[in-house]
Design a protein around this ligand. Structure first.
Ligand SMILES: Nc1ncnc2c1ncn2[C@@H]1O[C@H](COP(=O)(O)OP(=O)(O)O)[C@@H](O)[C@H]1O
Ligand SMILES: [Mg+2]
Length: 433
């Protein structure tokens, strides 16, 4: 069968100013263009060439992929792997530096929040702007307008500038536009990471419907492995701009998680890590039954240990962790001084901080345990380092096993049991009457 997306040897090189200043974000380029259509290019040139020394690097290299009509393909990979860049190239927001892309159909994309929306324009104006970018005529958009607004649930806010929208409203409107223009190819980048669970479900449902019934093609970028597995039979894994694995989604995910673990256990090489001359980090570990592990048994407590050294007497000091879900949302955080304000002062010396997490805390799934070392509003020792462990929590042996097909819902277990008390015995009553 003819492929609807054909990507041949695609590469993207970015010019960046000194990394400290970050890069020119796509949305800035777009809004700049809309504000000053003629001078935009000159302006961007100035930003890049500016005062800082110019560097270039390849965000994508040697990408080859062909996707058939009706396929749903997952794209996974760590932050910075090049996933968004690939989708931007496919949506023609940015051109590839080398290689070729062939798309045999109309493309709609849901990229990062805000891409393609102009903040000063109202929702209504943005619907028309977006529609036009996606190749629809004014008449076509006009016919679908009411349906788009209804589905989005934006209501009267449709005439408010979108800069006043919450993230959720932004995404609702963007999704609604994409869902209504009946594209042949739908590109979806991480939008499921924002918005509430209900909205995420609505999106997934819509996408399933779109590939299933309508035979449309989807490329789906997500950190939510279960969503990727549910929607996409095959996936590709990007790492540092290259496709390092492609095939059945289940295998690709397994490969990815194994690689992530390698990476997170690779921190050991960093230690001892000297931070701002005040603190040295000697070790950071997640263990269960005194064994360091990335696979946690749900029915056993686990510990997090931080081994650090203070080179001076420190005030306002906190060591601790953020616990995040696979999407990177913070589920909770815990610092040494949370329940013990006296621990905000640490005398010069070497310390081992240990926190015990109870058993039956987390539902099965993937989580991040992310280290934090800071002095409250004075100093973030890890501003330049991400020290994070990836952990996978297995199923609880005690949770009702009668329905193996039932997937875990949510993240947190409620360990307590229900009581069920008979308050009126229907059998007895009917006997008596
Ligand atoms: N406009 C840009 N200018 C310079 N560098 C960029 C630009 N956009 C993205 N990058 C860089 O390209 C790499 C890939 O980014 P991206 O495609 O956003 O990754 P992902 O979506 O997988 O997190 C990152 O190192 C990012 O910092
Ligand atoms: Mg991205």
């Amino acid at each position: 069968m003819l492929s609807i997306i054909e990507i041949k040897n695609v590469g993207k090189r970015y010019n960046i100013t000194g990394r400290k200043r970050g890069y020119v974000a796509l949305r800035d380029v777009i809004s700049e263009k809309l504000k000053h259509p003629l001078s935009a290019l000159a302006g961007i040139g100035r930003n890049i060439m500016g005062t800082n020394r110019m560097e270039t690097f390849w965000a994508l290299r040697n990408i080859n992929l062909s996707v058939k009509k009706g396929e749903a393909v997952g794209i996974i990979g760590a932050n910075g792997a090049g996933k968004s860049t690939l989708l931007k190239i496919l949506s023609r927001i940015t051109p590839p530096t080398e290689g070729e892309v062939r798309l045999n159909g109309r493309v709609a994309s849901l990229l990062e929040v805000g891409t393609g929306f102009h903040p000063e324009l109202s929702g209504r104006e943005n619907v028309f702007l977006n529609g036009a970018i996606l190749g629809m005529t004014r008449k076509e958009i006009g016919e679908k307008f009411n349906a788009i607004v209804d589905f989005s649930g934006i209501g009267d806010f449709i005439d408010t500038p979108v800069k006043r929208y919450s993230t959720g409203m932004y995404v609702r409107l963007a999704f609604s536009i994409a869902a209504h223009i009946e594209p042949d190819i739908l590109l979806v980048d991480e939008v499921l990471a924002v918005g509430d669970a209900e909205f995420q479900k609505k999106c997934l449902g819509k996408m399933e419907e779109v590939t299933g019934k309508a035979g449309r093609t989807i490329l789906f970028v997500s950190h939510n492995m279960s969503a990727v597995e549910k929607l996409c039979p095959t996936s590709i894994l990007l790492s540092h701009g290259k496709i390092v694995k492609a095939g059945e989604t289940r295998d690709v995910i397994r490969h990815y998680l194994a690689a992530e673990y390698e990476k997170s256990s690779g921190h050991e090489k960093l230690f001892p890590l000297k931070l701002k001359g005040e603190v040295t980090l000697h070790d950071f570990a997640v263990s269960q039954k005194n064994i360091r592990t990335a696979h946690l048994d749900a029915d056993t407590p686990f510990t997090v240990e931080i081994d650090f050294e203070a080179h001076a007497n420190l005030s306002l000091f906190r060591a601790g962790v953020y616990l995040k879900n696979a999407l990177g949302d913070v589920l909770t955080r815990s610092f040494t001084s949370d329940w013990q304000p006296e621990l905000e002062r640490v005398a010069k010396g070497r310390y081992q901080a240990t926190l015990l997490f109870p058993e039956k805390l987390l539902m099965p799934g993937n989580y991040f345990v992310s280290l934090s070392l800071n002095r409250f509003s004075v100093m973030n020792y890890l501003a330049k380092h991400t020290i994070e462990k990836t952990v996978t929590v297995g199923p609880s042996a005690y949770f009702n096993q009668a329905h193996p097909a039932e997937k875990p819902e949510g993240k947190i277990f409620i360990k307590n049991r229900w009581t069920l008390k008979l308050v009126s015995d229907q059998n007895k009553q009917s006997d008596e009457s």
